[in-house]
Every structure is written in C-alpha cells, then in structure tokens.
Design a protein. Structure first.
Length: 246
C-alpha cells in the first residue's frame, strides 16, 4: 500500500503539534490518514508549513475560522504555506485516484474562507469545532462514508494497481504494461482520475519512496536523485533532512 511521508515540520517549531491517525479498516482503501496540525501556544513568528506533493487529495478544515474548509491538492513541486502564529487545521488525506469530483473543485493555498460548494463540509467543520480530539476520527469517518455513498469517492482499479506495484515500475512504459494499457490510454485515464500525467505521477511516487527505500532503487545515480529531489522539494535531500522532521 502506498504510504506517503508526513508533511515537513520545521525542527525549530517547538509549539507546533502534527499528528496522523489511521482510518477505520473499512475506509483504508479510500483514506491514507486523518491528520491534524495545531499550535499549542502562540508562536513568536509566523509558521511556514512546507508540504511535499504526494498525489493525494486533501479535504481540509480550518477550525480557527468558522466555516472555512476546502479540497486541496499539490501538483509536482512542494509548497510553503504561511499559517500564521496561531492555527488549527484538520484534514483527510485521500489516496490517489479516489476523488471522483471535478478537478476544478480543487483549490491551492491556505484555506481561510467559508466553503462555497455543495458538499457537507461546513456541517462537518462545525462538528469538529464543537467536539474534542477524541471526536475527530468519528466526524471525519462519517463524512468519508457519506461521500462514498454519494459516489464522490470510489476505488480506482488502475491507480490502485499501480500503487500496489510501484516497486517494480521504473518507467511510463512499465506503468502502462502493468495495467494492460497503451501509454496513450494510460495518459487519458490518469489525467481523469488523478489529474497527473503518467510521467508526473511517477516523479512524485519515486520521491515519496526515496524516504523509506534506497534511492538508487528509483534513480540512476546520486546526481540524478539530488537534482530530482531539489526540483520537487526545493532543498537537497541532506538539507531537507536537517531542516524538517519527517
């Protein structure tokens, strides 16, 4: 199963708490993790949240701003968001290919405005804000089950198969062969289900795998690895490891 790393938290941010929890078993094919990031005391400086692309869709709730929620995704490079000196966000990290809504619904940047769409996100955000930490998983699980019932979340067989066999895939041709498609068919399917071209999806998955496996399994040599990592993350692997707690 695809297991992207948690987001990069600056090691100097002592009063920022980031946690992840596994979803209930019946949702594990849809949700990678439920997550929460919050300040435990007001910071002296603005906190910059460094986020690596993971090809996942995130449903995000800003509990410090009534009604603020949204659906977000990164493309192929890291993003740095200024969360300010006091904040509280809760989110659902959906696995790649699961989101069945329109790609146009996805937003970027900090979620700080009321959700304008038809999904029950404001209702769920209100329940999260009114409850305690123990209630978070229950509220998020209820929302995911509702989205599944409404056919807004579904398991995509092509993406699921690619993620399950990513260790054996080194090229776009390998990806196409693994699912019995031509490269052109795969391009069309992945664009529709994930928003990524096969080449861009492969770049992201390689980077994510390099955190837990020997990078030489995915890159031609050290120079290729450093160049690719820096292009996506904005840091060399060594400097990233020094700055961020992953």
């Amino acid at each position: 199963m695809y297991n992207p790393v948690q987001k990069g938290i600056d090691r100097s941010a002592r009063a920022v708490r980031y946690t992840e929890t596994k979803p209930p078993e019946d949702l594990s094919e849809y949700v990678h993790r439920f997550w929460e990031i919050k300040t435990e005391a007001k910071l002296s400086d603005d906190f910059i949240f460094h986020i690596l692309p993971d090809a996942c869709i995130h449903i995000v709730f800003n509990l410090a701003a009534p009604g603020a929620a949204g659906i977000t995704a990164l493309r192929t490079s890291a993003e740095e968001l200024n969360l300010g000196q006091s904040f509280h966000f809760v989110g659902i990290r959906l696995l790649p290919g699961v989101w069945q809504g329109h790609q146009e619904e996805l937003v970027q940047g900090v979620i700080d405005a009321p959700y304008p769409g038809p999904l029950p996100l404001i209702e769920a955000g209100g329940e999260l804000a009114a409850g305690d930490t123990a209630a978070v998983q229950s509220v998020l699980s209820k929302l995911v089950r509702r989205l599944i019932k409404d056919d807004l979340l579904a398991i995509d067989e092509v993406t699921t198969h690619l993620l399950a066999n990513i260790d054996e895939i080194d090229s776009v041709s390998d990806m196409a062969n693994a699912v019995g498609m031509s490269p052109r068919q795969l391009q069309r399917v992945l664009k529709q289900t994930t928003g990524f071209s096969p080449h861009d999806l492969l770049k992201i998955l390689r980077l994510q795998k390099s955190f837990v496996r020997d990078y030489l399994e995915f890159y031609a040599d050290q120079s290729h690895y450093i160049h690719s990592f820096r292009k996506i993350a904005g840091y060399t692997p060594k400097n990233y490891a020094r700055k961020f707690d992953v």
